[in-house]
Design a binder for this molecule. Sequence first.
Ligand code: ZN
Length: 396
Amino acid sequence: MPEGRVFPVWRGIGAGPGVGGGWSQGWGRGLRWEPDSPGQGARVPVFDYPVWLVLCRGGRARLQELFNIHQIPTVFREDSIISGYRHPRSSALDCVLSSFQMNNETINIWTHFLPTWYFLWRFCVLCSTLNFLTDSYTWPLLVYMVLICIYPFTSSCAHTFSTMSPESRHICYFFDYGALSLYSLGCAISYGYYVMPDCWVNSFLHQHFVPIAIGNTLFCTSLSCYSRFLELQFPQRSKALRTGAFVVPFLFDTVPLFYRILLCCGGSCSSSGALSSHCYHLLFAFLTCFLFTAHLPERLAPGRFDFIGHSHQLFHVCAVVGTHFQMEGVLADMAQRKAWLADHGATPSFLGTIGVLVVGLVLNLGIIGLFSAPLLWNPCRGAPPPHTSKHDCKAH
Ligand SMILES: [Zn+2]
């Protein structure tokens, strides 16, 4: 398949070492086209040609050629993933179609797209059984359910459109991190109202739990977005910062739960049904964190798990299974503790739940905007004029 017919602009393919593609200069070495040895072409698995795609293109197969790690700019490379990369200048349509073509992002896309529909279905069922409009006791759950629908959907979109350009890749993942960070705020709101241990209700921590969680979400989004700028030069530091950015709000949100489990181990167990769901959630949360940092199993056999079974896919699966158990735990606590909390706890207010969600959303969008602005205004975006030196534009 002639390459020029699939992708409108591409420079540098087949160029010798040191000859960057024309568009590569905007991100310096991060975008440098580093072709592999001649003859080591892209791997296109035989199952890359779904019949429907051929049919919907009027019988003409217009499929993305896949690339190996040495054929794409550094900024697109994933640790220990050798093949199955999409074109780093794909169009939006190519990105959408690529989700039906087997590449190293396909399972990442679907492992968060399908769970979005599962959580939406659970949300719809709850809408038909609970009174979200006027019963203020349900508002923390409403915020939580909205956010557990948003975060997998945003992640799925980020994985779909991350190969349109280096800039779009970063902006897509800024939104992904923002949605995860907001999800941590949703956890704090629901935990603050339903999961807080009896003896901590109305304590200092309880009263300041949600305001601190807003601070955590700002810290999380800022640090995780910032970590992308360090990725090329300091990959280890970038990974450590990003992991820390998500671990801090998780640990803070989970403190009340840890204390309840501790009390339970001490013999004063209440609502054990909810606690068992919470324990499963914690188990999957730790597994999620382990997979995110360890890059197993692909690190043990680079190239073997490029399409199916690499750590990011397992990370997605563990995250949604963990969220499922968390949702069950929150629902069980909400139902079992309603009478006790009505007598002892503060009634959820509109501002303390939906108001906090809106504030968190606006602040997170602001942070994403701040980090995206330099990428969108980069004068070296796209193919620079031929006279532009590669030293004119610095890497971020
Ligand atoms: Zn992901």
